[in-house]
Write a protein that binds this ligand. Sequence first.
Ligand code: COA
Length: 318
Amino acid sequence: MTYSTILGTGSYLPEKILTNFDLEKIVDTTNEWILERTGIQQRHVAAEHETTVMMAEHAGRAALNQAGIKPANIDMIIVSSTTPDLVFPSTACLLQERFGIAGCPAFDLNGSACAGFMYAFSIADQYIRAGKIKNILVIGSEVMSRIVDWKDRSTCVLFGDGAGAIVLGASKEPGILSTHLHADGTHKDVLYLPLGSRKTPNLESIKMVGNQLFKLAVNTLGNLFDETLAANHMKKSDIDWLVPHQANMRIIDAMAKKLNLPLDRVTITLDKQGNTSSASIPLALDQAVRDGRIQRGQILMMEGFGGGLAWGSALVRY
Ligand code: COA
């Protein structure tokens, strides 16, 4: 049997930081409201030169270095992004050109929003398990600051920019134990991003019904944990770490409780980074790997949810 395993992780955050106090000067909000309702203190915001592909390249190179793998040994690139620099070519193709590895398949997943990284991760796992591909670079890279309406206090306070990357490689022992993906298009109106008209090429901004989305997230993710554990004949007590999508501290809290995990067993970057959409899970994983909290052999529950609705999980022996 061939399985896939995590060989390396990497990330990139823009230099500029926007605090809640900075936001108080832009929209009718307060630091207290944002902290209490979301847990966010600050977020990183990309400068003009910090594009989706540029951040993806930094995160990807860091992950390759940690894995000890040269770009030439990458067999596939998958990028998840709701904020690509171009409609086409894909960010993955732009990245492939920067790595100088023309020839391998390279593609983006764009519509799964904050669940996108789990979709990309699952697809990469399936390819490696099928035995045809050895090493895959999976990246989430987002400049959310370019698609939020900076006059809409209910959304602009939530999001941040950044990129996270994972190198998945073939192994004899299972690293990725299982992945689980779902979607329910009946909730399409709860979170969406319309395309701009052809006459005004700019994208429109994110539309969100926050309180409905909150309830949907808590319900769907609770069921997803049960499904993921059952598929592996595991109990909640077998989980060492929850590596969640970072949307709201109250959602993360509820998820930790569902798994009976204390918060010091949850990778939390939301306070410093906000919601970086499909970059949030690899960003949080990379931080906990690099500061030594997550150790080889530990069991990780990764989960993400976003527009669609789309949601997914992975159970991983790191
Ligand atoms: N500052 C101050 N007040 C704000 C505000 C802000 N930044 N944003 C919204 N409000 C106001 C609203 O206008 C509303 O006022 P009203 O009662 O006078 O109408 C009030 O706060 C409550 O709004 P509501 O949307 O019910 O608050 P909430 O407790 O649900 O918190 C979210 C809002 C967005 C923080 C929360 O719903 C959430 O995090 N939802 C999930 C979002 C998510 O996960 N998104 C990404 C998915 S990938």
